[in-house]
Design a protein around this ligand. Structure first.
Ligand code: PGA
Length: 257
């Protein structure tokens, strides 16, 4: 029950959207809208091709920039991949890892999410690690088993210090891009369960220090209720992060949450 020890984080996950001029326009519109926000970390996780533009466009603002994946090796014969060091060198601070779309469409496994998380931490990036159950897993009443397994595997061999640098995004797969948001109660239930898993593994103090976001059709209309829950420390926002006024409304809701 120590929400006040954690900084709320609202991160936009732009997915495969926006050309460079469009990225510049969106961030230029957003920056003044969130300029007076103090208690919420505002992040835009943009496509690799937009990173340089985004970093440039947000210089001197309170918007941080993240990538949407990184590889676990430092360098080598991995065509099409980007290393954590390459991102750090550009000025990137955050990286989304294990997003359900990566797991679903690109064969991402808990093992590679674990390797990527360790590589990101070693390079100095802050990972936003996504976990969440499929609809049929929820219907089979195994949500907690699925989440507990992901937390154990994705964070395997991380120390307390490591885990405190991570953000966890609880994203029920059935709520992503579907317009079907989890109820605030469902989000709270699973975010609290995640915190309980962390407490068992790392102790209460560490568990209380970790920011746990909700993600999945979060928007200007439902954000306030979701972030009012004690274990929901913000959100990972897909569709609604592509419009500055909508994203700003979510950030403001988190400020009051
Ligand atoms: P959505 O996406 O907000 O469009 O549902 C969330 C996410 O995939 O992170």
């Amino acid at each position: 029950m120590k929400k006040n020890v954690r900084k709320a984080i609202i991160a936009g996950n732009w997915k495969m959207n926006k050309t460079r001029p469009e990225a510049k326009a969106l961030l230029t519109e957003l920056a003044p809208m969130v300029a007076d926000v103090k208690d919420v970390e505002v992040i835009a996780c943009v496509p690799f091709t937009n990173l340089e533009t985004a970093i440039e466009a947000t210089k001197g603002t309170n918007i941080k920039i993240g990538a949407q994946n990184c590889h676990f090796e430092k360098s080598g014969a991995f065509t099409g991949e980007i290393s954590a060091d390459m991102l750090v060198e550009m000025g990137v601070e955050y990286v989304v890892l294990g997003h359900s779309e990566r797991r679903q469409y690109f064969g991402e496994t808990d093992e590679t999410v674990n390797k990527r998380t360790k590589a990101a931490l070693a390079a100095g990036l802050k990972p936003i690690v996504c976990v969440g159950e499929l609809l049929w897993e929820r219907e089979c009443d195994i949500t907690e088993e699925v989440i507990a397994r992901q937390i154990k595997l994705d964070f395997y061999s991380l120390t307390s210090e490591d885990i405190k640098k991570c953000v966890i995004a609880y994203e029920p797969v059935w709520a992503i891009g579907t317009g079907k948001t989890a109820t605030a109660e469902q989000a709270q239930e699973v975010c609290a369960f995640i915190r309980g898993c962390l407490a068992k593994q790392y102790g209460e103090d560490t568990a209380e220090a970790v920011t746990i976001q909700y993600g999945g059709s979060m928007n200007a209309g439902n954000a306030a209720e979701l972030v009012s829950k004690v274990d929901v420390d913000g959100g990972l926002i897909g569709g609604a992060s592509l419009k500055a006024p909508d994203f700003t409304a979510i950030v403001k809701a988190a400020e009051n949450g």
